[in-house]
Design a protein around this ligand. Structure first.
Ligand code: ADP
Length: 398
């Protein structure tokens, strides 16, 4: 059984065809510059050279058709006809307060995705375009929506409501939703499986550290709390996002920098975080290189990032009355040995004991604590596409 996973952005579309027999990637690729001159598709099949197609893609409709053509291409293809694709799983950013589960896409699901355009103004319209393009190109095929916000729907009201009048939740759905939900669901589940955590010992904190970073607390795979909020701006300090900030800063900058609210939000989303603190880069490899050369601002950016991650881990250990496992994932979580060590240096008091060899592993599933560590720490590479494919089978085909 093969599942096509689609992640549609406003001008790009990523895809993977996953063979569920062994959960391997049969083919994957990326359409870039959709709706812009110079559109290009890059199609990758393991063990073969990349297949690059330069062709006009005025909309996602043409992009999907090119993807299907590439998947069925005589030389570069991996299937003979679309009949070999059992179903399509779509990554969708925001399901609002009404969607609590992945779902088969019907008119009602599309109405909900549309209804919450205001909560995901960049992503939801693009996600819907990807869905409609697939419906058009493959009539009758089962399409499943897997929402980034689903995992966060496990939170209780005391965790998801802001300390504001609940009438704003009732009227607009303003609450904490959390993002990277598919990754947190996958990695917390894999932590339980890989670590063979017994029932009653499944309090897991997942640190998804990448360009965007977020952290979650879950018990038995059910989300207790997660650091992003109404939008992905809240929580950790990120590549270019500020993370948690006193809302009065917005008013202050509006008044004193003569900016509009939208301009300030653009600064907080795109011109803040470690990139702004360091003045060097949002890429942690650049930050380490600069810090090693004596750049104090780069060192401060790394310290600020690690401090905030450690603070959230401490808060989540308290929120769950304990923690059994802490797992690192995402580009930084999987690869940045220095960040991992610095974050974990805050948890001697929890009895975290690092294995001096394994702590230096990169990008692999591994337990990095010693057998007598009171809290176990893992690295588990995330795989959102596989999580979406599994959800597509679970919800759409069984
Ligand atoms: P995204 O949020 O876009 O999916 P990723 O999870 O791929 O991002 O993370 C990308 C980030 O991972 C890069 O910006 C970089 O900071 C970090 N990264 C990748 N490899 C390394 C490495 N070897 N050492 C330190 N940081 C790394």
């Amino acid at each position: 059984m093969k599942i096509l996973v689609i992640n549609a952005g406003s001008s790009s579309l990523k895809y993977q065809l996953i063979d569920m027999a062994d959960e391997s990637v049969a083919a994957k690729g990326l359409c870039e510059r959709i709706g812009i001159a110079g559109s290009v598709l890059t199609h990758k099949v393991p063990g073969k050279e990349d297949y690059v197609v330069e062709a006009p893609m005025p909309t996602h409709k043409e992009a999907i058709q090119l993807v299907l053509d590439a998947l069925m291409d005589a030389e570069h293809g991996v299937v003979k006809s679309v009949d070999e694709i059992s179903a399509v799983g779509h990554r969708v950013l925001h399901g609002g307060p009404e969607i609590t589960e992945s779902c088969v896409i019907d008119e009602h699901a599309k109405d909900i995705i549309r209804k919450y355009f205001p909560l995901g103004p960049l992503h939801n319209p693009a996600n819907l375009m990807g869905i409609e393009a697939c419906e058009n190109a493959m009539p009758g095929k089962t399409n499943v929506a897997v929402f980034d916000t689903t995992f966060g729907m496990g939170m209780e009201p005391y965790a998801y409501l802001y300390g504001i009048d609940p009438k704003y939740f009732d009227k607009y759905g303003i609450r904490r939703y959390g993002f990277h939900g598919t990754s947190h669901m996958f990695v917390s589940g894999e932590t339980i499986k890989f670590g063979e955590l017994p029932e009653g010992k499944q309090k897991v904190i997942v640190c998804h550290l990448g360009n965007g970073s977020s952290i979650s607390a879950s018990i038995g795979g059910k989300c207790q709390d997660t650091s992003m909020g109404l939008t992905p701006l809240e929580g950790l300090i990120m590549g270019t996002r500020s993370g948690d900030i006193d809302a009065s800063v917005v008013q202050f900058l509006v008044k004193h920098e003569n900016m509009t609210v939208d301009e300030v939000l653009n600064v907080l989303n795109k011109k803040s975080g470690v990139a702004a603190i360091s003045g060097v880069s949002s890429d942690f490899r650049d930050l380490h290189a600069a810090a090693e050369e004596g750049n104090k601002a780069a060192a401060l950016a790394l310290d600020s990032f690690c401090y905030r991650v450690a603070k959230y881990i401490g808060a989540y250990a308290a929120a769950m009355d304990g923690v059994d496992a802490i797992t690192f994932t995402g580009g930084i979580g999987e690869n940045d040995i220095g960040v991992r060590k610095q974050v974990l240096s805050h948890f001697d008091y929890l009895g975290v004991k690092l294995d001096p060899e394994k702590v230096n592993v990169r990008g692999q599933r591994v337990e990095i604590t010693t057998p007598d560590s009171k809290v176990r720490v893992f690295i588990i590479p995330t795989n959102e596409e596989l999580a979406i494919a599994r959800e597509t089978v679970r919800v759409g085909l069984s």
